[in-house]
Write a protein of this length. Structure first.
Lengths: 131, 126
């Protein structure tokens, strides 16, 4: 019989920040909190958000350079993020400032030795530890 | 005392924002890491060891293995000029020997001293 749990706040019993879930294959367990994306976003080339999680605001710093602030900060700058940019001639992306409260990325065009360029869209996912 | 709750669906108390446990489990990253050019981990999840194989190639072993080899590794380099995600490859050696249920390679343009790599793993745990 299917079961539904209605709840607003999930917390671990032994440690509030650690709830264990069983793997798909049934032979391993992992932390629910550790596996969850802590932030993600889809934004336009002026840093305005189309959709997001845990993103408070976006700033268009300059051509191809965008900063987004977290609503809830990360515990350190050692989180993992993956970014993609969409545009006809874009050749790459890098993160330029990566701190607990925000992250900045820069998009480059491949046209002439990786010149900074605007993207049509930027998408990011961030995994790591919240503060 | 440890407790176990068996449930198929989670909802908020008003009955909205429903998510099935299959999405909670299947949608959670099974591993992630931030590492430097010598494969030293700054922070990670479900990574038991990391090795600097050669320039631009790093190998990671997982604490808990995947159910098969059809899992996803996405990543990018960070900070230094030249550290772009365009060259990222989770198995540049083109051999299954380095992409197994328990380990995988991350390969992209070497980011050198001061740079770092990041990646996330999605798929099913064993």
């Amino acid at each position: 019989m299917a079961s539904i749990l209605k709840v607003d706040d999930l917390r671990g019993n032994t440690a509030a920040g650690n709830i264990t879930i069983t793997s798909e294959g049934g032979s391993a367990t992992q932390s629910l909190q550790q596996g969850l994306a802590k932030a993600w976003l889809d934004c336009d080339n002026d840093a305005s958000l189309n959709d997001s999680l845990n993103i408070a605001s976006g700033t268009d710093n300059s051509t191809g350079n965008y900063t987004h602030s977290f609503t809830s900060s990360m515990s350190s700058g050692d989180y993992s993020q993956v970014v993609t940019c969409r545009a006809a001639e874009l050749g790459g992306v890098r993160d330029v400032v990566k701190v607990t409260g925000s992250i900045s990325v820069q998009c480059f065009t491949k046209a002439d030795s990786f010149t900074v360029a605007d993207a049509d869209r930027v998408t990011q996912t961030i995994h790591g530890d919240l503060a | 005392m440890a407790s176990e709750l068996r449930v198929d669906t989670l909802k908020d108390s008003s009955g909205n924002n429903s998510v099935g446990m299959a999405y909670v489990s299947g949608g959670s990253a099974k591993a992630w890491a931030k590492f430097d050019d010598s494969a030293t981990l700054a922070d990670s999840f479900n990574i038991s060891s990391s090795v600097d194989v050669q320039t631009g190639q790093w190998r990671f072993a997982k604490t808990n293995s995947m159910v098969d080899t059809d899992y996803v590794v996405v990543g990018m380099g960070g900070y230094l000029i030249g550290s772009f995600n365009t060259g990222y490859n989770s198995n540049a050696t083109e051999t299954t020997a380095n992409h197994t249920q328990s380990k995988y390679d991350s390969n992209f343009q070497d980011f050198g001293s001061g740079g770092y790599g990041m990646h996330n793993v999605h798929g099913d745990l064993a």
